[in-house]
Design a protein around this ligand. Structure first.
Ligand code: PEP
Ligand code: MG
Length: 579
């Protein structure tokens, strides 16, 4: 028995078998093809080459105009290599004449090509072997994708062990019955951690040596609360964890009784508890938890793991699905927040990464830069607004100019829709996310032009405390109770109150029951979170008086050190059942 420690980012206990996801190419299969199966094997090979071509073309369309010229020529080189007969035709001959499987045929051909480049005197040409290898690897990955064994292991409810999981990887795992995640890398507010919480499954990140110590099929226990991973547990430990799991289940059953109870404080304030969703399918969990609506729909997940962007029509259908599943309730559709760690291809594409992607062309900046990407989404959201209480929300606002440009674009799109006699709500509320310190500091300047604010604490903390969300080396600095963060939250709530617009919070802080009382005391009335945490927050709302908390919350803001703030918040929470 061996225990490893990491950051517990999603509560719960999982007991099951390890499924190790390999980032490296696995050993390539080698087998002979029966005569009658040759045509099918050739078709499989051509399919993988076509997919590679489409992937490269898609990466090409997403390269911003401001990127260095080499970025484009890099992709063009790969496209040329892919279309070269040596790569796209010779393996077909090998399959036909030597009856080898596609992977084997391609690898033996590429080995010869690489050897040929290595013999060249010209350094430039010699280095071309790197490009050849990258193109070949892309085709091989397409050939190996989703082998039946992988599919089976994941569907059987394995515990996924990976070096790192991008948000694109994680959202793909949503469709499988994965029991838990463990990764070598990652921090508590990375989107991978957020997705684990939204799946409601235990997760331990930044274990560092997980992929080194764990083998496929090994028995594991994952304790997502304590951040512990036990490899090969003995019978006593297993029994102990089974009991613990049972207790958690019982507590959850108790919480489920609150599903239909209103979220009203002891002093009679009605609090809105909204759900955060990533995909239309998540709406089910939101309604099951009794959410008052959707406070954050992260639409960028619709754009991931695919070739090309979804059309206006496809987006429209996805949004309408969510709206119809929430009749009479608000559905807050956030415009695209792509960039930083949320890359369409999971960051594995060949487009050069910017040096500081979190500070780069992300979210609304990317949308304003590439209006061909933005317009269809605006049209789809507006059209969906004819079917229910849609609210549109803009992420990562940092200047008023940016906001005005988006508002102008929305007006243009409305004009277009009117001309086309398409229906949309004339009163579609437009809100802004307050997640960049600049926006929080001047929230009063944004308020007159917006219908609501939503505080994105994940990014607000990242940018205020200068800690990269995905860098686990600095995740120890992540603290929602840092006095600077609390001041920015208060500033935003105050600006909203003065301008008489609602202020919500949709970052992870809103779904963490440890902060519910403090936030209520600061005057927050709308919380948006993963459905899995909604009832725990509701329980606290019902056991708290907002009026009584206001004084202590105000005093918290006068404290000089983070340690004192933590002590004060613990005092605020005393008397609550510790879960
Ligand atoms: C946030 O930043 O708090 C937020 C809700 O958005 P995301 O986590 O998707 O960046
Ligand atoms: Mg954000």
């Amino acid at each position: 028995m061996l225990a490893l420690h990491g950051a517990g980012v999603s509560d719960g206990i999982a007991i099951g078998k390890a499924f190790v996801l390999e980032r490296e190419l696995p050993p390539l299969p080698q087998y002979e093809i029966a005569k009658h199966a040759i045509d099918a094997e050739v078709a499989r090979f051509r399919g993988a080459v076509d997919a590679a071509r489409q992937q490269l073309a898609s990466i090409r369309t997403h390269i911003p105009a401001s990127a260095p010229a080499e970025a484009m020529s890099f992709i063009d080189t790969h496209l040329l290599i892919l279309d070269d007969k040596m790569i796209s035709e010779v393996p077909v001959e090998i399959i036909r004449h030597e009856r080898r499987n596609a992977e084997w045929a391609l690898r033996s051909q590429s080995d010869e090509l690489v050897a040929m480049f290595e013999r060249m005197d010209d350094v430039y040409l010699r280095n071309k072997k790197i490009d050849v290898n990258q193109v070949v690897e892309r085709v091989l990955r397409n050939l190996l994708m989703e082998t039946p064994e992988q599919h089976e292991a994941l569907s059987a409810g394995g515990i996924v062990i990976a070096h790192d999981l991008t948000p694109a990887d994680t959202v793909m795992l949503k469709h499988k019955r994965v029991r838990a995640f463990v990764t070598d890398m990652g921090g508590p507010i990375s989107h991978t951690a957020i997705l684990a919480r939204s799946l409601g499954i235990p997760a331990v990140l930044s274990v560092h040596s997980a992929t080194r110590f764990i083998r496929h099929g090994e028995d594991l226990i994952v304790d997502g609360k304590r951040g512990v991973l036990i490899i090969g547990p003995d019978t006593r430990t297993l029994q102990e964890y089974r009991r613990l799991k049972q207790r958690i289940l019982e507590r959850q059953r108790e919480l489920n009784r609150l599903r239909r109870s209103p979220a009203i404080t002891l002093d009679g304030k009605r609090i809105s508890l909204f759900a955060n969703i990533e995909l239309p399918a998540d709406v089910k969990a939101a309604t099951q938890a009794g959410a008052s609506g959707i406070g954050l729909y992260r639409t960028e997940f619709l754009f991931m793991n695919r070739v090309g962007s979804p059309s206006e029509e496809e987006q429209f259908r996805s949004y309408v699905k969510v709206v119809k599943a929430m009749p009479g309730k608000p559905v807050t559709i956030r415009t695209l927040d792509l960039g930083a760690d949320k890359q369409v291809d999971g960051g594995r594409g060949d487009a050069p990464a910017s040096l500081n992607p979190a500070l780069g062309l992300r979210a609304v900046r990317l949308c304003l830069h590439d209006t061909a990407l933005f317009r269809p989404q605006l049209r789809a959201i507006l059209r969906a607004s004819a079917f229910g209480r849609v609210r549109l929300m803009i992420p990562m606002l940092s200047s008023q100019d940016e906001l005005f440009r988006v508002l102008d674009l929305i007006e243009e799109v409305k004009h277009e829709l009117r001309r086309e006699k398409q229906k949309f709500s004339r009163k579609l509320p437009i809100g802004g996310m307050i997640e960049v310190p600049a926006a929080a500091i001047s929230a009063d300047l944004f308020a007159p032009y917006l219908d609501f604010f939503s505080i994105g604490t994940n990014d607000l903390i990242q940018y205020t405390l200068a800690i990269d969300r995905v860098d686990d080396a600095v995740s120890y600095l992540y603290d929602p109770l840092h006095p600077s963060v609390l001041r920015l939250i208060r500033l935003t709530i105050e600006a909203g109150r003065r301008a008489r617009i609602p202020v919500a919070m949709c970052g992870e802080m809103a779904g963490d029951p440890r902060y519910t009382r403090l936030l209520l005391g600061l005057g927050l009335n709308e919380f948006s979170m993963h459905p899995a945490t909604l009832l725990a927050v509701k329980r606290i709302v019902r056991e708290s008086s907002q009026k009584a908390l206001a004084g202590s919350a105000a005093r918290t803001l006068k404290l000089l050190t983070t340690r004192n703030v933590h002590a004060m918040v613990e005092k605020l929470n005393s008397g609550l059942d510790a879960h």
